[in-house]
Design a protein around this ligand. Structure first.
Ligand code: ZN
Length: 380
């Protein structure tokens, strides 16, 4: 039994009535310090030690690559199913755990320091996308703690939920609630998770929640956010196509005809500006956005509009960036699978990416006609 701000005489009485013993904070729960203060790196050190002991244990020494994957999955599953559901783990601890697993995955127990062959992020992709299906601990952690956010939204008949509503949220709307100063660290973290997951719950409703769903949404949103606008796509494409040109010259591959239209030579200008496939996509985009898009020379256009602060221009820049990205992805897919996608399908992907980015802050920060325009394109 732990208490805070309860008078001594009351505690004595409670002890006698309940038969429970009184504990002191901080205490250890399965090795981790439980404090009312911030959960620090030192408090979680034992997690690192436990994981390290398991993957460096005797049985792990002779494991094959596949065996190591299984071991890492099982080690991480304790974290996923237990720790990550209770606390938001400190970022330093998460990076240390991931570094341990990464090193073990590639090198086993040998002490080699050379860089990994594939990024951890790639390893954490689903097996469908060419990864090993490991979970990114940080996002899994957020998605797991979001369960509390969901309980609070649902107002489940749970002692903790009732207590939080009575003490903190009172009559406010939970999704709009902002914690005051001086509230506990753990509660602040839950509110922080709530802010991150707010768009998710607003879109999906609160009828049900699975950690897996929340995790997938977080990972997807993160990829969308980090996906570089199209200038980087252009650079990648440029380098890749230059190599193709060289290969053609060396006679290693025969042609470099554009995969998308099948008629012209594939150059960067062709792929992103002149190709008939691209013009069809642009026309669909234009139809949707109700704004004229440039038919050629995106670079100048992009440079000009990207630096402006006007939301409309940002949205247009995002639209073009997303289109270029999708064209480049389809082109690569086409090269391997030989299937040219429908412009409509490709533009739909751009649409959902754009809408995902604009929902939330972008729309809220606008007023008047721009706001109406954004609402319109998000609804269409
Ligand atoms: Zn073409």
């Amino acid at each position: 039994m732990y208490s805070n701000g309860v008078e001594e005489s009351t505690m004595v009485m409670l002890e006698r009535l309940s038969g429970l013993r009184r504990g002191k904070v901080p205490f250890k729960y399965l090795g981790v310090n439980i404090t009312s203060k911030r959960l620090g790196v030192d408090d979680c050190q034992c997690l690192i030690e436990k994981i390290s002991a398991r993957i460096h244990g005797l049985g792990a020494r002779k494991l094959s690559y596949a065996g190591r994957v299984v071991l890492i999955k099982s080690v991480l599953s304790t974290l996923h199913n237990y720790w990550a559901r209770i606390f938001i783990l400190p970022k330093t601890i998460i990076s240390k755990i991931e570094a341990l697993c990464r090193k073990f995955l590639w090198y086993g127990n040998e002490c080699k320091g050379s860089p990994a062959l594939v990024s951890w992020e790639q390893v954490c992709q689903s097996t469908k996308k060419g990864g090993l299906g490991l979970k990114q601990l940080h996002w899994w952690n957020v998605a797991a703690v979001a369960k509390y956010v969901w309980w609070l939204a649902l107002k489940t008949d749970h002692l903790w939920v009732r207590w939080i509503h009575a003490i903190y949220i009172k009559n406010q709307i939970w999704l709009d609630y902002k914690p005051g100063v001086g509230v506990s660290w753990a509660w602040k973290k839950i509110c922080w998770v709530k802010e991150i997951m707010k768009p998710f719950f607003m879109n999906q409703g609160i009828a049900s929640y699975e950690i897996k769903e929340g995790y997938q949404w977080l990972v997807d949103a993160e990829t969308v956010k980090r996906r570089h606008p199209w200038i980087s796509i252009w650079l990648i494409a440029h380098r890749r196509l230059l190599t193709m040109d060289r290969l053609v010259k060396m006679g290693i591959i025969q042609t470099n005809v554009c995969y998308m239209c099948g008629s012209d030579a594939e150059t960067i200008d062709h792929l992103f500006f002149q190709c008939s496939f691209n013009s069809r996509c642009l026309a669909l985009m234009q139809n949707w956005l109700k704004i004229k898009l440039p038919q050629q020379d995106f670079i100048m256009w992009w440079v000009k509009y990207r630096s402006r602060s006007l939301v409309v221009k940002q949205v247009l820049a995002m639209a073009v960036a997303s289109l270029c990205y999708q064209i480049w992805v389809s082109r690569n897919k086409c090269r391997i699978e030989g299937l040219v996608p429908q412009p409509r399908v490709l533009v739909l992907k751009c649409k959902s990416e754009l809408v995902m980015r604009m929902r939330g802050n972008t729309i809220k920060s606008t007023i008047g006609r721009v706001h109406d325009w954004l609402e319109m394109i998000c609804l269409e």
